[in-house]
Design a protein around this ligand. Structure first.
Ligand code: UD1
Length: 417
């Protein structure tokens, strides 16, 4: 079992390229199935969820070749419509295969998707969108089966801007006959990336970046090469670490426009950020100031950075309040932070945090991906050594969190227990 060992109290300094985005690359890999041919995806993050998606695509009959950070997918051999249970149950994004499989093979079968336990994660909006496009869905026990002769364009209206449901509907719409309108679409940058990828295969989509997407389905698709942008959540994690420890960082590869919501959170801590189109530079002097944050759909503050900001608030100079509106169980991380001296009270959907600096450090157990990253941030702002267990959660989304932070001056290493 791997353990992250951290000696904290060092400020961060340096410049680095941020890995490709996990939440962008997984739907792009699923969307590759819409086309029968060869797709090359560049800037692939070498993370466990990507390896799991490769395993699934291969089990479905595709050829995948990952060399460095480039993945070539040959979808000509796609012949199976059943997502293997074990791999599908390991991550949330397996549900993303329903739309593309229905489009290509007219049928799909998958188990209820896995992923981090961060609260209720229903898929009713995904299924309703596919049904409106003509799919017949049978769900028995843990298995979902879907059939469709030909998907038909439809007028969809999402009651909540679910990222996954928007992506599934979008992919089905690219394959469907006719025009699909998606009203109430999520506006997360990963949706825009997926639209751009579909466009590079030959799809026609209007309204990209807005909450109203129009997809002209059924067009002939072609081979393409596509580069995934840097991961805004990984960038936000390292900027959170900077806010907790002080120092100066320059991060490359993440468009500043992908960081809406995160800027305001960092500004509240006292972190000074400057950015060019593909470069974010930030400086932090002294202890963070307290924050008042509330998570919400993009462009609001992202739920994926809530735990990291909870760790920052734990060492802030005063009283912070953080409200979670998307995934109710994300506050599980608070219990770990309390073990090393954080003063956090959870009431309903809010965390009330009285900052104290430094934290004590100690043995900590991650129980989800972003919560694990938050424990790393807490370890960096602790006076004694910390050991973070549960690396398997963290490696689902961070390619080399220890290598990255070491390059930025932290004393952190991955060790075998
Ligand atoms: C994606 C991201 C995840 C991020 C989340 C919100 C990926 C792989 N994961 O997850 O990191 O935290 O967006 O930005 O991209 N909901 C329903 N019914 C549905 C679908 C969702 O009620 O059918 C609810 C969920 O319970 C949750 C909210 O909608 O409360 C947001 O979920 P959603 O936007 O769908 O998140 P994911 O796509 O699962």
């Amino acid at each position: 079992m791997s353990v992250i060992r951290i000696q904290g109290m060092r400020s961060l300094q340096g410049e680095m390229e941020i890995q490709g985005s996990k939440n962008a690359v997984l739907p792009v890999m699923a969307a590759a199935l819409l086309h029968e041919g060869r797709i090359v995806i560049k800037n692939i993050p070498r993370i466990q969820d990507v390896f799991c998606m490769i395993e699934i695509l291969e089990a479905l009959g595709c050829g995948c070749r990952l060399e460095g950070h480039e993945l070539a997918i040959d979808t000509r051999g796609l012949c199976k419509s059943q997502v293997p249970d074990e791999a599908g149950g390991r991550m949330r994004s397996s549900i993303m295969l329903l739309g593309p499989l229905l489009g290509r093979l007219h049928q799909a079968e998958t188990c209820y998707p896995g992923g981090c336990v961060i609260g209720r994660r229903p898929i009713d909006l995904h299924l309703a969108a596919l049904q409106q496009m003509g799919a017949e869905i049978c769900s028995e026990g843990e298995t979902i089966q879907a059939f469709a002769g030909n998907l038909q364009g439809a007028k969809l209206s999402l009651p909540f801007p679910s990222v996954g449901a928007t992506e599934n509907a979008l992919m089905a719409a690219v394959a469907a006959r006719g025009i699909t309108c998606i009203r109430g679409a999520a506006r997360e940058p990963e949706i825009e990336v997926l639209c751009r990828f579909c466009e590079s295969m030959g799809a026609r989509i209007e309204g990209i970046g807005s909450s109203f997407l129009t997809v002209y389905g059924g067009r002939k698709l072609h081979d393409c090469e596509f580069t995934v942008p840097g991961d805004r959540i990984v960038a936000g994690t390292y900027l959170g670490a900077l806010a907790a420890t002080g120092g100066e960082l320059c991060l490359r590869g993440v468009p500043a426009t992908h960081m809406a919501g995160t800027w305001e959170a960092l500004r509240q801590t006292g972190c000074v950020c400057e950015f060019g189109p593909d470069r974010i530079c930030a400086r932090m002097d002294g202890r963070p100031q307290p924050v008042n944050l509330s998570t919400g759909p993009y462009p609001e503050f992202p739920t994926d950075l809530q735990s990291v900001m909870l760790a920052v608030a734990s060492v802030a100079e005063g009283y912070s309040q953080i409200q979670e509106n998307i995934f109710e169980e994300r506050f599980a991380t608070a219990e770990e932070l309390k073990k090393i001296g954080a003063h956090i009270t959870i009431e309903g959907g809010s965390a009330y945090v009285m900052g104290s600096y430094p934290l004590a450090g100690g043995e900590l157990w991650a129980s989800d991906l972003r919560g694990g990253a938050a424990l790393v941030v807490a370890g960096l702002a602790s006076e004694n050594e910390s050991r973070i267990h549960g690396y398997s959660y963290i490696s689902r989304g961070y390619e080399d969190i220890c290598g990255d932070l070491t390059a930025l001056g932290a004393r952190i290493a991955l060790e075998e227990d």
